[in-house]
Design a protein around this ligand. Structure first.
Ligand SMILES: [Zn+2]
Length: 109
């Protein structure tokens, strides 16, 4: 899998926020953002701005940092499930993926 550069990742942020991203790109995007603090920072800012504007219009209360983490986790889990289905992973591997996702959430939250 070809890795994304920071420049490419930054350009993709709006598509991730708007859910206009194919699964292949999303996988690369998440892999980069999880490893790259500066791109994660950029993603949080753009997410906060775009989601924050909507919320202000709706007058809802919100915890956007948490929401971004949840969104990333949900997308990740979705991709893991897709991978398991497509690749015909063994059950043990699927469990290992699930566990690492869980551990990640615990660390992140
Ligand atoms: Zn980066």
């Amino acid at each position: 899998m070809k890795e994304l550069s920071c420049k490419q990742t930054e350009k993709l942020i709006p598509y991730f926020i708007k859910d206009e991203m194919d699964n292949y790109t999303k996988r690369q995007f998440l892999a980069h953002v999880e490893e790259c603090p500066s791109c994660y920072e950029e993603l949080s800012i753009q997410f906060l701005v775009s989601a924050g504007m909507q919320r202000l219009e709706n007058g809802d209360t919100f915890d956007l940092n948490r929401e971004l983490k949840m969104k990333m986790f949900t997308e990740r889990r979705h991709l893991h499930i897709l991978t398991s289905l497509q690749g015909g992973l063994y059950a043990t591997e699927a469990i290992a993926l699930l566990l690492s996702a869980l551990i990640l959430t615990i660390i992140v939250l």
